[in-house]
Design a protein around this ligand. Structure first.
Ligand code: ZN
Length: 257
């Protein structure tokens, strides 16, 4: 197999042996890949301090020998995203999104839409073009939507009646049914999660269309908190794993409040 050249985002990095690094990257054309960067800590000429978490790169990698990991042979920096490593709240959000991608996507499965989405929200987080929490709502809604796990918010997940046909303004969430349930249907066990009708409509609006346009939606502080609490429960439940970085994100947000 020939070497592959592709845009890539660093999801995580760890040290290996004395001088090597193991990188998990999301590539534009070849999905998630775990690569070894040999002598990366020694050779400042080949990779001059650019193999950092959340950096956007253009990389070249080749298959490993035998059962060995594919080898990173070249990398050029496209976006350094320095702010994502110097601001603890931004680090926490970027870590959460990167971990979701790394744990959910299968190695090598091409996911150009998720690459475009992650690239978009990391740019926004780095440049401060939208509130961090709003970018996280956009990321989570689109991420589960692309993977066929979008929450049912336009109708009751139990009786299927549309929210427009119901007089109530608050809806309980039933995670196991995948969405909201109305007052006429059996109450879910976990009743602490609730969404107002306005929040539902805003989340639905974010689920479709152009990414920049989706960010024009305006959330007040309480609806933003309500929507964040909902998605940060819904997404781990449906991907079947609790990302470690979500706990970190919650602690960082709490100490900032
Ligand atoms: Zn119902």
């Amino acid at each position: 197999m020939n070497p592959c050249t592709t845009p890539a985002i660093v999801l995580r990095r760890r040290d290996y042996a004395d001088f090597d690094l193991i990188l998990t990257v999301l590539t534009q054309d070849h999905g998630v890949r775990t690569l070894i960067a040999k002598s990366a800590k020694k050779s400042v000429k080949r990779f001059p301090g650019i193999l950092e978490p959340f950096a956007g790169l253009k990389i070249v990698f080749r298959p490993g020998r035998g059962k060995g990991l594919p080898v990173l042979t070249e990398a050029d920096l496209v976006k350094s995203h320095t702010a994502l490593r110097s601001d603890i709240q931004k680090t926490a959000y970027a870590s959460y999104w990167s971990e979701l991608v790394a744990i959910w996507l299968e190695e090598g499965q091409s996911q150009a839409r998720i690459f475009e989405l992650l690239d978009f929200v990391l740019d926004g987080l780095s440049d401060g073009t939208a509130p961090d929490a709003l970018l996280s709502l956009l990321f989570q809604m689109r991420f589960v939507g692309y993977e066929g796990l979008r929450p049912i918010l336009e109708r009751c997940a139990c009786c299927r009646k549309t929210i427009e046909a119901m007089p109530q303004h608050q809806f309980c969430i039933d995670l196991s049914r995948g969405g909201i349930v109305c007052h006429q249907c059996p109450m879910p066990c976990d009743v602490h999660l609730k969404l107002g009708k306005g929040t539902l409509k805003q989340l639905l609006w974010m689920a479709h269309g152009d990414l920049s346009t989706a960010l024009r939606v305006r959330f007040g502080p309480s609806t933003l908190a309500e929507a964040s609490q909902f998605l940060e429960a819904f997404v781990p439940y449906h991907i079947g794993r609790m990302p470690k970085s979500l706990d970190f994100l919650r602690r960082v947000r709490k100490s900032a409040a």
